[in-house]
Structures are given as C-alpha cells and as structure tokens.
Design a protein around this ligand. Sequence first.
Ligand SMILES: Nc1ncnc2c1ncn2[C@@H]1O[C@H](COP(=O)(O)OP(=O)(O)OP(=O)(O)O)[C@@H](O)[C@H]1O
Length: 370
Amino acid sequence: MEKQPETLLTGRSSESANSNPVIECRNLWKIYGDRGAEAMEAIKKENIGKEEVLERFGGGVGVVDASFSVGEGEIFCIMGLSGSGKSTLVRHVNRLIDPTAGTVFIEGNDITAMNRAELRRTRAEKIGMVFQNMALLPHKSVRQNVAFSLELRGVDRKERNRIAERALEIVKLEKWGASYPDELSGGMQQRVGLARALAADPHILLMDEPFSALDPLIRRQLQDQFLELSVKMKKTTLFITHDLDEAIRIGHRIAIMKDGVLVQIGTPEDIVTKPADKYVADFVAGISRLHLVYAHTVMWSIGYFQKKYPEADLNGCPESSADEDLDSLIDVMVSTGAKFIRIMESGNCVGVVTQGALLRGIQGKEPDEE
Ligand SMILES: Nc1ncnc2c1ncn2[C@@H]1O[C@H](COP(=O)(O)OP(=O)(O)OP(=O)(O)O)[C@@H](O)[C@H]1O
C-alpha cells in the first residue's frame, strides 16, 4: 500500500488518459484567499504543506493538483467527507469559481479562458446542475419551474411546455405539472430539479449531493430512477456525494477525495479490491463485495489451477463468464454442488473459481493465498 501524502506536492492525483473526454480537469489547484497565487509559488518552490499555506498566506487549500477526465455517458462520482473539497472541485467545472492554477476543458474547450458570453453560452447549452436543496420558484407551477430556463432563453410558450412535459415524464412526475412546489414531497421536488436541468437538454449534468437530504428509502428509489434515465439519456455526469454506498451504486468510476487531494480514481471494484492507501482501505472495509467483485478477480488462471490440481477433472463442472459477480457464482456453486466453476471466454476455459477462492474473494483476500 502507498504511503499517505505528506505534503501538497506529493499528494498528486491523476489517472490514465480518457480519449475524447467530455470533462477534463488538468492539474487543478484552488487556494482560497487574496494571496492564492503567492501561496502557489511557495508550494511549487518550497513544497510547503496545508498548515503552512494557511499560516503564511491566510488561505485555505480547497483542491490540490487534481487531474481527471470524464468520458461520454459516464457517471463519475467524487466521494469525500465534509470539507474534503468536493464542492470546490465541481464549481470549477462550470466556472462558478476560478482555479488558482490548472485548466478545465469542456468538450475540448478551455472554460477557464472563456469570455463572459462564451461562458454563458457553454453553461446554458452544455451544463445542467442539480443541487442538494433545489430552490424551486414557489409561485410558479411545477411545469413553469421546469420550463423556466427555456423561458429565459426566449423559447415560445407552447414549445417550452411541450419540453417541460417531456422532462416531467422522464422523472415520472407527468401528473404533477399543474401543482405547486409546496404540494410536493422533498423527493419529488428533487425530481423537479432534475427535470429542470434535463429540460435544457445539456450534455453534462453536475449533481452536487442531489439526494443527500432525503430519507434512505426515497434516496434509493431516486438513485435507481436516475440510473435508469442515465442509461436512456447518456448524459455525462459528475456526481458529488459523501456516501460511499451511493458512489458505488451510481458511479462507473469513483474518485476518493481527502483534504483537497484525489487519493484514488477507479471503478467501484478497483476501489474495493485495490485501495490505494489506508484511508481508502478503512473506508471500504465494511462494503459488501458480493455485487462488486467479479469472477476475473477471484479466479485462478487455468495454468495455475492445473499445476496446483493436476488430478482434477473439470469435465461436467458448471461454467460462468469472467464478468459474473460473486453473488451469482455462489448461486452456481450452491445450486450445482460443484467444487469448481470453469470461467469461459469465447468457448475456452481461461480460469477456475474454486470454493476456497470464492470464499476468500468474499473476505477480500487474494485468490492465490490458498
Ligand atoms: N469560500 C471559501 N473561502 C475559504 N475557504 C473555503 C471556501 N469554500 C470552501 N473553503 C474551504 O475549502 C475546503 C473544501 O471545502 P468544500 O466546501 O469544497 O468541501 P466539501 O467536500 O464540498 O464539503 P461539504 O460536503 O461539507 O460541502 C474546506 O477546508 C473549506 O473550509
């Protein structure tokens, strides 16, 4: 396991390049306060830490050298505890704040270099936002709330009502268009907020803790509904949450943030099976692996299996594919009573999941420890 970052410069975070990213942040830094640029210089020259930045320059460090990219249709979660810098990071993506250093590209265009008109157009046409407590306009109906951004853009009434109705259908609130926000529950209001963002048909959704204020059951329902519509609509989504379960449920990839640093970026399976440091390992310790870890992670290669068990006869053993999760592999073993499952790829056996490897996979241990 890697050592925890000790200084701001050793805390760099990065990932392998994503071809044609829709959102890309490169070496982004945010140091709050009037002397951010000076503090930046000192960090680069002297490699000073957070406390010294605050002491000498009076500014808090919000984001430290963050680099990541989000591909088309991807749901990218940024997960971290309160104060880790999630909101600061996401606010750079639509340039609600300017970075102290670094760049943000939206579909290849540098948003930090745009003039006001370009920025306004990019925000209106490309980016939709959903926050924790969506402030709906209380004196407008649900339909008028959803159509509001279109009204501001001068879309005529008939057309904007048609688009608003469609957006309400997507979030399953088509019967509530004529109601007023205070007649709706908190979960429904959040769905109106989502419909409002979708009405402008943005390529990108920025979602900052959209479901955090809701009861667990409603929250789960909204997560499922969001996943369903995300598959249909293929929006590129940056999703901020402080809840690891939510990140795992929603995210194609997750970035774990701590003290302004992206300490690990990976798929939910990567994060759970290969935590980058003790901080991430402690975070994921209680997470069930049953639906997160797949046969390719726990299986033995066929060569290793044959060396270890030269006498074993695999004929008649059940078959699975490498992307079956542990839960399905348990079902296969229990229903067939087999000791081994052959993992097949294009008609060939590429590996074997043994009972021991399966149990160790559930425990989070390496398969070849047997
Ligand atoms: N406007 C500001 N001026 C000075 N420091 C700020 C400002 N906004 C945030 N910070 C500091 O930046 C750091 C990151 O805060 P940020 O709000 O981005 O974290 P967060 O992970 O979104 O937290 P939360 O989940 O509580 O919203 C914190 O130390 C915070 O105090």
